[in-house]
Unconditional design. Structure first.
Length: 98
C-alpha cells in the first residue's frame, strides 16, 4: 500500500474554509477506485496544523489521484490559506495489507 502523510499548516483565519475544501477533496478521493483511506486529521494542540493520511493500493493509484478534478480544485482553493508549503512524506503501508 502506498501511503502519504501530508502536513499542512494554515493561517488561522482560513480554518473554516480549509476544512470545507478538505471535505470536498476527501469525498472525491474516497470514491477513487484505488483509494484505501483518505483521512483528514486536525492537531488537537494546534488547530491550524492538519495531517492528510492518504492510502492507495499502488503508487500508480496515488499518482492518478493527483490528476483528478477534486484534487486540483482543492490545491487551488487552499494555496492561499497555507502558512507555509505543505509537506508530503511517503510511507509503505504494511498492515492492514492492501
Amino acid at each position: 500500500m502506498h501511503v502519504t502523510l501530508v502536513h499542512v499548516h494554515i493561517e488561522p483565519e482560513s480554518l473554516d474554509a480549509f476544512i470545507a475544501a478538505c471535505r470536498l477533496n476527501h469525498e472525491g478521493s474516497t470514491a477513487e477506485a484505488g483509494n484505501r483511506r483518505f483521512d483528514i486529521l486536525q492537531d488537537a494542540g494546534d488547530p491550524t496544523h492538519f495531517v492528510l493520511y492518504e492510502a492507495y493500493a499502488s503508487a500508480a493509484d496515488a499518482k492518478a489521484h493527483k490528476e483528478t478534478a477534486h484534487y486540483h480544485a482543492w490545491r487551488e482553493t487552499v494555496a492561499g490559506m497555507m502558512a507555509r508549503p505543505r509537506e508530503g512524506l511517503p510511507f509503505v503501508g504494511l498492515f492492514p495489507a492492501a
